[in-house]
Design a protein around this ligand. Structure first.
Ligand code: HEM
Length: 146
């Protein structure tokens, strides 16, 4: 019971952290991005990757060690929909991450071209849209819907 509670608390905190980090990226990736913000964005994107990794570890622990048992989740369509949405967010984050690494390497004197900002923002907005599906599927799977 305590393990389940602690994992649930950790899961929620990490999920909110990831949402915050994603929001931070959307705020920073704007026309005229340059200087110190390039470095900050690089740090934020690393944090994004580490948080996503921690969510996977804690999520798998919840499946295996949670009160319902792993069989419950494996049989849930909503669980697999949630995993697919999470994977889609991960795939959508690859392109912005590659761009952010390139920008950060260019140094503080560099200003990111508008076209690259627009392209990265398209991916980030898509990430936000798919991310929003995850708590919906989570609530469904927790209640045995779908
Ligand atoms: C950004 C990604 C994720 C978000 C936003 C998210 C969100 C949530 C939320 C809001 C709940 C609470 C559902 C409720 O009680 O109403 C939950 C529960 C849960 N999540 Fe996640 N989750 C994410 C990733 C993952 C991953 C990767 C896994 C597994 C590999 C996972 C496994 C679980 C499990 C096992 C529960 C417990 C459901 C229950 O009480 O039966 N989650 N998640």
């Amino acid at each position: 019971m305590l393990t389940d509670l602690l994992l649930a608390i950790l899961h929620h905190l990490l999920v909110f952290l990831l949402a915050g980090v994603l929001a931070g990226e959307l705020v920073l990736v704007r026309t005229g991005l340059s200087g110190r913000n390039l470095k900050v964005l690089g740090h934020i994107d690393r944090m994004y990757g580490l948080t996503a990794l921690a969510i996977i570890v804690v999520g798998v622990c919840r499946v295996v060690l949670g009160l319902k048992g792993w069989e419950y989740y494996v049989a849930s369509g909503a669980f697999w929909a949630k995993m697919a949405a999470f994977a889609a967010v991960g795939i959508l984050s690859v392109k912005p991450t590659i761009r952010i690494l390139k920008w950060a390497r260019a140094g503080e004197g560099y200003t990111v071209p508008d076209a690259e900002i627009a392209a990265a923002r398209r991916f980030l907005r898509l990430e936000v849209a798919v991310f929003a599906l995850i708590p919906i599927f989570a609530a469904m799977m927790a209640r045995g819907v779908g």
